[in-house]
Design a protein around this ligand. Structure first.
Ligand code: 5GP
Length: 201
């Protein structure tokens, strides 16, 4: 009997400014046995962003080609740009028993949930809406109009927490990261996952 089964697919979403990027980075720094998927996007790189590291920055045409070839497990248009999760990396790692982290928007997470029912879906919440607004402003990477747009959509997005398995209120990054690590640990101890592995042999 082998205890080695598929890796866990961990999907993290939350409104812009909730701090999901920071939490995911902090998780990756402290947990070596999980790999992060790098998304493809048609958005322009921001200052300091590296191709192949933050994102694969590709043209609209290349993106449409990937869609055509079923190269994404999900994709969505977010704030006027396309974002997608390349299929190959995720499926290969999961199959080889590695846990994979996706940090994607809600539309994408709901698509993944349809196809990968055994995934774990985590929603990051800001401590308050006031805090959320000040974080979006402080980040300073967007202009005034974009800030307002992101804040308004964050307001609507928060309702989607009900479609996720877990929520984490991000009042302190280290505490929030601890919670995410604990969720992953607990999920890997679930009896029904163990049963799935036995049946899957
Ligand atoms: P940003 O442009 O600020 O890096 O990301 C904007 C939004 O796109 C964030 O909510 C981020 O989580 C989401 N996002 C990043 N990669 C993907 C992806 O591959 N698929 C989907 N659906 N959303 C993504």
């Amino acid at each position: 009997m082998s205890m080695q089964g598929d890796g866990l697919l961990v999907v993290v979403s939350g409104p812009s400014g909730a701090g999901k990027g920071t939490i995911c980075r902090s998780l990756m720094d402290s947990k070596k046995d999980i790999v992060a998927s790098v998304s493809s996007t048609t958005r322009m790189p921001r200052e300091g962003e590296i191709d192949g590291n933050n994102y694969f920055f590709i043209s609209r045409e290349e993106f449409l080609n990937m869609i055509e070839n079923d190269g994404f497990i999900e994709y969505a248009e977010v704030y006027g740009n396309f974002y997608g999760t390349p299929r190959k990396f995720v499926e290969e790692n999961i199959k080889s028993g590695k846990d994979v982290l996706l940090e994607i928007d809600i539309q994408g997470a709901l698509q993944v949930k349809e196809k990968y029912k055994e995934g774990v879906f985590v929603f990051i919440l800001p401590p308050s809406m006031e805090e959320l607004k000040s974080r979006i402003i402080k980040r300073g990477t967007e202009d005034q109009k974009e800030i307002l747009r992101r804040f308004e959509s964050a307001y609507k997005e928060i309702n989607y927490v009900s479609r996720y398995n877990y929520f984490i209120i991000n009042d302190r990054v280290d505490a929030a990261t601890d919670k995410l690590r604990s969720i992953i640990t607990a999920e890997k101890c679930r009896v029904d996952r163990f049963k799935m592995k036995l049946i899957g042999q």
